[in-house]
Design a protein around this ligand. Structure first.
Ligand SMILES: [Zn+2]
Length: 67
């Protein structure tokens, strides 16, 4: 038992699992993000909105969301 002590949480920026023991950080909304991704994101406002859009596209099953 206990092969995975922690639940995997997708990074809000890159959607890869965040290792809670190592590189977990949280953005201003409390979403789990890699520390590295967060610093990339806050230095790139466009990237921030793109990441949010991708999350909603996946969640809602949308594609072709135009700019
Ligand atoms: Zn990430």
């Amino acid at each position: 038992m206990g092969s995975r002590p922690f639940q995997e949480i997708p990074c809000a920026v890159c959607n890869n699992p965040v290792a809670l023991s190592a590189d977990l950080s949280a953005d201003e909304n409390g979403n789990a993000v890699h520390t590295e991704c967060y610093f990339k994101r806050i230095s790139n406002t466009v990237g921030r909105f793109r990441a949010l859009r991708l999350r909603w596209q996946k969640k809602l099953g949308l594609d072709g969301w135009s700019d």
